[in-house]
Design a protein around this ligand. Sequence first.
Ligand code: AG3
Length: 289
Amino acid sequence: MTIWFSEFYSDTCKFDIAVKRHLHSEQTPFQRIDFFDSEEFGIFFTLDGYMMVTERDEFMYHDMIVHVPMAVNPDVKKVLVIGGGDGGTVRELTRYPGIEEIHMAEIDERVVRLCQQYLPVTAGKLDDPRVRLFFEDGVQFVKQRTDYYDLIIIDSTDPIGPGAGLFTVDFYRDCYKALNSKGILINQHESPFYEIDAVQMVKAHAKLKEVFEICMVYQFHMPTYASGHWLFGFSSKHFHPIKDHKREEWERLGLKTRYYNSDIHVGSFALPTYVREMLEQAAIEPEWK
Ligand code: AG3
């Protein structure tokens, strides 16, 4: 008998992975956490039934969430990661010798501890001396900082459950305040294809446009997320992701990456027409604020 993990992408469409072993299941005060082992994707974990990280494709997500902003401002010294309890984003950040301080505000300590146990390659740099973990709500955490970070990365779940507060105008305003005058904000920006994700994509863009001077969206291929087509937001006070792209400077760092490269950097901001149109039409509605 084969056991399958299924994630529904709509009422009539789902994605299945054959499970070799269900390694762990736990309900925390915030969410349900499950770890599985599989032939195709290796070990993977889900929160409230939604895919978060698989051993096989996490490099795509973590390359694109970190190296895009770092190739725009390689002088980043102070970074805040909100969410990201699996440690993949922090791992990529620790590869930059110039980064002095990495704060991570993760609401659920159990995600961190279980990823350290089951996904050590992803979580393996959380003990870097530059990293400080705060097991706090990111919404409250950013309120307490002003003019401090060069880069904030919102490595969140979808806007349901504990991640909902990370998709509000007030939260984006607090992030703006916590960033310095050259600050960049990267956010997990959902996906354009299935209705349920596309609605959130449009809302997030409309809200970020209210707050940041420069507000762009870039795409990447993510096999284990709905439709395989996922987005990050690049919002910024000063740097433009293409005009200020420091191609040579980043390449001189000599970082070996499996997904990101300088051509992908530029290409990822070229969006399909249907996505561009959805984003252009995104406008804030009073009840979203
Ligand atoms: N963050 C979750 C991205 C959204 C997943 N959504 C979904 N499967 N419906 C992953 C954290 C990686 N550090």
